[in-house]
Design a protein around this ligand. Structure first.
Ligand SMILES: *Cc1c(COP(=O)(O)O)cnc(C)c1O
Length: 422
């Protein structure tokens, strides 16, 4: 029988092979047919310390023997308290409150609802959300509404709410972004949501910390809430714990997920500043924050997150990140010297470049590259003609060298005509 599974972001009509993964170990995935695949994208940006990282797996194992799940409305447990206290210590002081959910998309939905709740509590009619061109904030309806419109969400357009959009602050064109943001904020926008320093799914587009700082100060000037979506950029991805850190920026609301548990199990938090908490704090039950999901702050997921926080407190992961940043720079510049690639860029542990020619998510080089990487036991998933490498921090120098060797052969293979119709 063929599998009844309907996979995400997969066109089953193309009948591409779907390998079965049986084991993960560091930067490697082992498949049922005996292949060892290098995970060059941290399994979609979540795996920070490597697959089956022992302290995280141990924390999950231990918690599973004590408490698997409990309602979180009106009840609490130690793993959640540990995570919340740990986040309070590690994250900027102004972010005093921690709201749990289960995914990046829900962390974003929660952030948007908190922002609107904040303004409603002041009796102010500030409802509009400002977003940046090419952004991605998740696939639920609200998260899609604040993300880039295109082939991904065309069919759902009638359900998406209107937002004000500022252009991407490409180098040399920052002023257009600032002006648009200033106008939208002056019009009474409730909040601006942005991915700090790197727009992930939008094509690994990068901008400088100075731009982030300027956008933050424009919002502050108008009282527009600043929501940092660090779902992808958080937990060391950009070289620092948070991307915002590099710009000295403290958001009003912060979304974290992906690396929060080291990528082992789903969990998310939305952190909020005290005024946002206070806006919902009352003896009136009608003013409470109306949001929950069944698995909010699942104890096993929280135990994994607590273990991740312990890893960050211990500190050697920062050296691992620094080493990866250097190695990425070295390999990327060697690749750029030997191949015709464009827009070569790096932010922390993330390296990216564009393959010249057709652009856009459905660019036809994408399936050719994907197939080539897969045949060479490398998990990379180009975004259209953008190839990027975002490995777990534990990847060895030999493994990373192999990643770039396969990329180099893939680029050479692109110069040959396609023989498979792909
Ligand atoms: C992945 C991502 C999300 C959505 O997270 P999910 O856990 O997939 O729902 C939101 N924002 C950004 C910046 C992301 O990269």
């Amino acid at each position: 029988m063929t599998s009844p599974i309907w996979h995400p972001f997969t066109q089953h009509g193309l009948e591409e092979a779907i390998p079965t993964v049986v084991k993960g170990e560091g930067a490697l995935l082992h498949t049922a047919d005996g292949r060892e695949v290098i995970d060059g994208i941290s399994s979609w940006w979540v795996t920070t310390h490597g697959h089956n990282h022992p302290p995280i797996i141990e924390a999950i194992r231990e918690q599973a023997t004590k408490l698997d799940q409990v309602i979180f409305a009106g009840w609490t447990h130690e793993p959640a308290e540990n995570v919340a206290r740990g986040l309070r210590e590690m994250m900027p002081d102004a972010l005093t409150r921690v709201f749990f959910s289960d995914s990046g998309s829900t962390a974003v939905e929660v952030a948007l609802k908190m922002a609107l709740g904040y303004w409603q509590a002041q009796g102010a009619r500030r409802e509009g959300i400002v977003v940046m061109e090419h952004s991605y904030h998740g696939d639920t309806i609200g998260a899609m509404s604040v993300g880039e419109r295109g082939v991904f969400n065309q069919a759902y357009e009638p359900l998406l709410f209107d937002v004000a959009k500022v252009p991407f602050p490409a180098e040399g064109a920052e002023q257009a972004c600032y002006d648009a943001l200033d106008r939208a904020c002056a019009n009474g926008a409730a909040a601006f949501i942005v991915e700090p320093l790197v727009l992930g799914a939008g094509g690994m587009l990068m901008y400088s910390p100075a731009v982030l700082a300027e956008m933050r100060s424009i919002c502050a000037r108008h009282g527009t809430l600043f929501i940092a979506d660090e779902v992808m950029t958080g937990w060391g991805r950009t070289g620092t714990l948070l991307a915002c850190e590099q710009a000295g920026v403290v958001p009003d609301i912060l979304c974290l997920s992906k690396g929060l548990t080291g990528g082992a199990i789903p969990l998310a938090v939305t952190m909020a500043s005290e005024p946002i908490w206070e806006a919902h704090y009352s003896t009136d039950r009608a003013k409470m924050f109306f949001h929950s999901s069944s698995y909010t702050a699942n104890p096993i997921a929280c135990a994994a997150a607590a273990a991740n926080l312990a890893i960050w407190r211990e500190g050697s992961v920062r050296d691992q990140v620094a080493t990866l940043v250097e190695r990425q720079a070295k390999h990327l510049s060697a690749l750029a010297a030997d191949h015709e690639i464009e827009n070569v860029r790096q932010c922390g542990t993330i390296a990216a470049f564009d393959v010249p020619g057709a652009q856009g998510y459905l660019a036809d080089v994408q399936p050719r590259l994907l197939k080539f990487f897969r045949e060479n036991d490398l998990l990379l998933r180009p975004l259209g003609n953008t190839v990027y490498v975002m490995p777990p921090y534990c990847i060895s120098e030999a493994q990373l060298a192999r990643v770039y060797e396969v990329i180099a052969s893939a680029l050479r293979s692109l110069r040959e005509p396609a023989h498979d119709g792909a």
